[in-house]
Design a protein around this ligand. Structure first.
Ligand code: GLU
Length: 313
């Protein structure tokens, strides 16, 4: 994936009004990195007089933590976020996901794959984002193989889009990612499929999320294009890292957000987002911080930033 020449994604057919979203997976409590993504997408939506939706990406029960979805929503509330409409849950969208799979199959854009992880490790090559599937089952399952997962065929697919913060992005999907899984061997829908369908079908016009998900955008746009769905405009915010340079996450033991420190944390998130909140607001109530931020928010201050040190880690 490179970011050199200048080509934009068409956004024809999108609703006229800005509609952003925050889409946490309920795998654990929110941390500072999640606050940055939530605040960035929220303020950008509000700046455009747009809507901001919350979608809980609960399509992977083995990775989920009981109670995490409610805990996330309570935390967002305690930080003063106000979302539009009811919260969306991806597990309620299974019919739409299945329908998309059927349409992709009918179009000849998806195929069954009988390979195990071991097969792929043995035959695949290493691309910029891990192992690239070697295409073993592209032209039919080898004799004696049973279908396991479903893959999107990336033959000849190139995705070009203009990221609001990272600039022009070009990806040769076949070479850099390979045919990727849209339905897993355990029957669950893959993240790329669910995100592409829900962002497209639910009329999301702008996806503002962390830079760690930049490489997820080309496969998601590819799915939308195959299904003639509109693609949102994308902007990838810098990712918060710890002193070791690791992205804050459950795996790197990022501390959960403490709602009792909401004002300080929100101030720090705004500072992380290069908005330069005044020092005297450091201890101000969150409502005051939000009012200041709504008036002063400038997404362009983040242009070209891909990561930065989180303040308290
Ligand atoms: N649910 C994904 C996550 O929490 C992110 C989804 C997205 O913003 O596209 O990492």
């Amino acid at each position: 994936m490179d970011q050199t020449a200048d080509i934009s994604t068409s956004s024809g057919g999108l609703p006229a009004r800005y509609r952003g979203r925050f889409a946490p997976s309920p795998t654990g409590p929110l941390h500072f990195g999640s606050l940055v993504a939530a605040a960035g997408s929220y303020l950008e939506a509000r700046r455009h007089g747009g809507e901001w939706w919350v979608r809980i990406d609960d399509i992977d029960p083995p990775r989920e933590q009981p109670g995490a979805a409610d805990d996330i929503l309570r935390t967002l509330e305690r930080f003063g976020f106000q979302w539009d409409g009811p919260v969306r849950y991806q597990h309620q969208r299974q019919e739409a996901h299945l329908d998309a799979i059927e349409r992709l199959r009918t179009l000849g854009a998806a195929y069954s794959c009988g390979c195990t992880r071991k097969d792929i490790t043995a035959a695949g090559h290493l691309g910029p984002n891990g192992l690239v599937y070697p295409g073993t089952c592209r032209n039919g399952l080898p004799p004696g193989r049973k279908p396991r997962s479903l893959r999107l065929c990336t033959r000849g697919i190139r995705v070009d889009f203009e990221d609001l913060l990272q600039g022009p992005v070009h990806c040769d999907l076949e070479r850099e990612l390979g045919d990727f899984v849209i339905r897993r061997a355990d029957g669950l829908f893959a993240y790329h499929l669910a995100a592409a369908i829900d962002d497209g079908a639910l009329g999301i016009t702008h996806v503002i999320r962390g830079h760690d998900l930049l490489w997820c955008t080309p496969p998601q746009i590819a799915i939308q294009q195959r299904l003639s769905l509109s693609s949102p405009t994308y902007g990838h915010l810098p990712v918060a890292v710890n002193a070791q340079g690791q992205k804050l996450s459950k795996q790197t033991f990022a501390p959960p957000l403490e709602p009792k420190h909401a004002n300080t944390l929100l101030w720090q998130a705004l500072a992380f987002l290069q908005q330069m909140p005044p020092p005297e607001l450091r201890k101000a109530p969150v409502s005051e911080l939000w009012s200041w931020a709504a008036e002063n928010w400038e997404l362009s201050r983040l242009r070209g930033h891909s990561q930065a040190l989180a303040p308290m880690v």
